[in-house]
Design a protein around this ligand. Structure first.
Ligand code: SAH
Length: 287
């Protein structure tokens, strides 16, 4: 999860422009290129959550969508788990291309329907999805807005399993409050998010906190390695990404350094304050 994904609601055309914002998104995308996950999560933990739900709940085959799928961490797991088609939606063409390659490598391409687009603008028909899954991406619309947007396309008694950055305690450390007030001001306490879900037309079936170790093992550590492999002073810091350099605005060393600095600040905060916030999976059912 990165605060700057917050900005990726921009259209592709805007991303092509040479604003500092576009540059920092391009740098962020490049820093995440090749990583399996673009935000915290853990395949074993996802499987555990799915195992808590009675298989008899699902129609056969269930109609599944992964919103803000990145390169498919959730979508591929769901396709494998349900042996069912998964519509995988993301705004980034770089991540979509990675998803297609990974689906092929896993022999799952027949089950993955890649959709390059804005999850706020899809207008899918009412009751056309049985399970909406989204990890580390709903906040791009705001948790409640995301749930409202996807309530109508959800089938009667359909499920939404959404991970959302949440406060675990009523009194988090000041530095955590200061950081997240800037990075994600709408971040809610778990109880507040449950209320938001109910207001948006869902019953809260369960909540599960992603263990903090999963952040390190599956996201921050691979990201740190990637960051360390980059020579910011090089004219082509991301190495043999020539096609990318043609497609993206050029990314200045200072923009890369700024994004790396932000990522390091986020990791340092999590190192000290992971008791007070983290990702909670909200297992919700359309009510
Ligand atoms: N679920 C993935 C990616 C999480 S990062 C994983 O866990 O690895 C958040 C993702 O949301 C990014 O891939 C970003 O491109 C995508 N995103 C951000 N805003 C979006 C929007 N409005 N519509 C679709 N995808 C969006």
């Amino acid at each position: 999860m990165r605060l700057t994904w917050y900005l990726t609601e921009k259209t592709h055309a805007e991303l092509m422009s040479q604003t500092p914002e576009a540059e920092s998104i391009a740098a962020l995308v490049e820093l995440h290129r090749g990583l399996e996950r673009k935000g915290p999560g853990d395949p074993d933990y996802s499987r555990y959550i799915l195992s808590t739900l009675n298989p008899a709940l699902w129609p056969s085959p269930p109609r599944i969508a992964d919103m803000g799928c990145g390169s498919g961490a959730g979508a591929l797991l769901l396709a494998q788990h349900f042996q069912s088609r998964v519509r995988a939606v993301d705004l980034s063409s770089v991540f979509m291309d990675e998803l297609k390659v990974r689906a092929q490598q896993k022999g799952l391409e027949h089950l993955i329907v890649p959709i390059l687009g804005d999850m706020a603008q899809l207008n899918w028909p009412a009751r056309s999805v049985d399970l909406i899954w989204s990890e580390g991406a709903a906040y791009n619309l705001g948790f409640e807005q995301f749930l409202l947007t996807w309530r109508s396309p959800l089938a009667n008694h359909g499920w939404a399993i959404i991970s959302e950055l949440s406060w675990f305690t009523e009194h988090p450390p000041e530095r955590a409050i200061a950081y997240w007030q800037m990075a994600y001001p709408a971040m809610g306490h778990e109880s507040e998010n449950c209320q938001r879900a109910q207001r948006a037309g869902y019953r809260v079936h369960a909540t599960h906190r992603l263990p903090s170790l999963a952040w390190w093992n599956h996201y921050y550590e691979p990201l740190r390695e990637r960051v360390q492999s980059i020579d910011v002073t090089s004219p082509n810091p991301f190495n043999n990404q020539s096609d990318n350099l043609l497609n993206h605005p050029s990314i200045s060393p200072s923009a890369i350094q700024l994004v790396i600095h932000e990522l390091e600040a986020e990791m340092a905060l999590f190192e000290q304050c992971s008791d007070s916030y983290g990702y909670t999976f909200y297992v919700l059912q359309a009510s």
